[in-house]
Design a protein around this ligand. Sequence first.
Ligand code: SF4
Ligand code: SF4
Ligand code: FES
Length: 776
Amino acid sequence: MSELQTVENMVSITIDGKEYKAKEGEYILNAARANDIFIPAICYLTRCSPTLACRICLVEADGKQVYSCNAKVKEGMEITVDTPDILAERRAMMEVYDVNHPLQCGVCDQSGECELQNYTLELGVDSQSYSIPDTKRESTDWSSVLHYDAGLCIVCERCTTVCKDMIGDAAIKTTKRGGEALDKSWKDNMPKDAYAMWNKLQKSVIAPSNGTQNTDCSDCGECVAVCPVGALVSKDFVYTTNAWDLKKIPATCAHCSSGCQIYYETKPTSIEDRTEKIFRVTNEWNYVSLCGAGRFGYDFENKTATKDETKFRNALDAFNQAKVINFNSLITNEEAMMLQTLKDKMGFKLINREARAFQRFLTLYTKASGNSLYSLDFKEVMATDFVMSVGTSLRNDNPNARYAFNNVQKMNKGAGLYFHPVGDTLVPTFGKTVETFIHKAGHEEAALLLIIKLFADADKLPSSVKDQLDRDLVATLGGDTAKFEKSFEKMMKKKETFSLMVGEDLYFHENAENLAKLIAVLEACSDVKVAMIPPRTNSLGVALICDLDDEAEGYTIGYNESGDFRISALGDGDLDMPAMNQQEGTLTNMHKRVTPTNAALDYNGYELNDIMNALECGERETISWTLKLPTVKGFKAVEFDSLENHYSNDGVEHRGYLLETTSVDVDEVNVENFDDSNVLEGDIAYRCNPQRQFNDFSDKAHQIFEGFGLYASPARAEALGSKVEVEFDSKTITFDVIVDDRMEGDIVAIPDFKSAENVYELFGESRFKSVIIREV
Ligand code: SF4
Ligand code: SF4
Ligand code: FES
């Protein structure tokens, strides 16, 4: 049962004689944590399945010993955290964990924040009762970012669990290591749970699931984050610093619209060079999961910026003669507010392609649904038990959307429907009841119509939609109707909560209006609720704050984009701006939440607010603009310094605030007829980034390696050769061909993460484009 269903129902329990409230159906461990009570636990991860690998979370519940991470609370349950037997078990477990654990705490990367150290001390382990000859366990690099030291591994399986249940790659598994067998006499001479745990520990080690030395995964680094000891560490971080030397700066990741909670961890570069440097990014991994860009793509700061007065005067001249500001969504809400102020005061046209497409779509949705914002956030998607996805490349567009789709399958005994023109071999592996439709580019309306047919109350539907449901939509989408009907029946068993995620393909679609109306109809006539993926980092914030233009001509200021005068946080402009890790401000993420981010690194140049002040429309400082964000669009008039940025022990997010959704009156929705002949023919290119690249900043980071090129399925890549020419309407470009092992079919993907390549211009108002591809 999902969290959405249980949240209202509380039960009373007692822990160590004191009464507490807990969510019905909650595990004892989580109920205790929510009430700030400590129960030792190593292997359990909230949001993932209990694996019972460590067994240390033993408690007594109504007189019986249970594992608190997989026993659920019941009304009136009496729980005792420590009994003499349980304390003996826990002590024996910690002694066992310490057997043959290398004594290298002095240099270990985890030292100071190691759970093995902490629990050994917490449980007062001051002597060792157990021993066994050790077997050599090698250190190895699993990928360009993952380093695994098997000697330090305590086989708690947190890494394998997060990779399967949250990330969906299932790229690592527990495997045999050939350790010496335990002497049978231990079985009768030591606490039984400690024996069972030791037996497994002695036999096991972690390895890539594909049988090779390499993980071949999305390199998200969540396995590194959750590892309680120094066994899994980022390759770059190994032996670079002690954890206690690092300063934690709470921030918001700015690579995509997930806007995940992160800490930039910094300290001076070296003894000689006292410049602050980011050594790693960490996260509250029990409540938020990062992707590879968020974790490893952090060194994108604008290092060389100085206050060059000549450049600043040139910038003012440029602003005084400019007609247009061309920018993208990698800016804060405060900066967006400044640009809107410039428009109001100086009449600039504001061009931001991706935010404009999303803004148009949101407006169309509001007109049809009466709601200023989409219904669900992605945590609520995670709590449903039937999830669908239309109009987004789930593996590449947004990690949180993909994790939510996967997690629903793993945790809620869920089902999933995935509609997309580009085949992907990863999505079907998320669960046994995932059905995929690899449909034609241009058939997105058919996907929404099918969902309406499957879930809506036909009596409530407007006639313009009802009339379109007689056709065989499954066949239109490339499926087998009889087969699908059978599997859909199975998928629907015991399902109660339904979600649909939609993405950028719909915003950049020639029938966007019809698609927005279909989404509104679906929500109005069924139990399915919708979450939208904003195209880039702060597209939602920009779409709400700025009055964006469709076209503009004349002298242009480019902000991290092309222009006659370029202000840039990339260090390549006519005037420098601070990068996201060098500035304070807020971002609006896809969960409809306005979250604060802080400066982790020094910045010595000018900021946009300095230009605003020189143009006589500035504020005292950048964060003075936080108070000025438009309340009519759902923002709140709160001071930046009062915004929190953390999670509490019950998993509640205390990060900034949620946008308010407002309502407007709507008339009956009139949906146009879907024309199934409206499809792209010939070679088709899809504007889509590889999974760890989002923008120029991820590209600048030294640990993100995915290149700019034409991505193709293995079969298509073989047919194309190593280099191709792609002819667009306006121009022909040569690309290296890069194989994407998980892609299927003939559509090729062309990334937009490098702004200098102007890929948005090549694709125009669509994400799919008919092109001519020639081998070079
Ligand atoms: S590598 Fe770390 S997280 Fe994985 S099993 Fe070993 S100790 Fe646990
Ligand atoms: S980096 Fe991410 S995808 Fe790769 S093994 Fe670790 S958790 Fe799994
Ligand atoms: S935390 Fe419950 S068995 Fe490990």
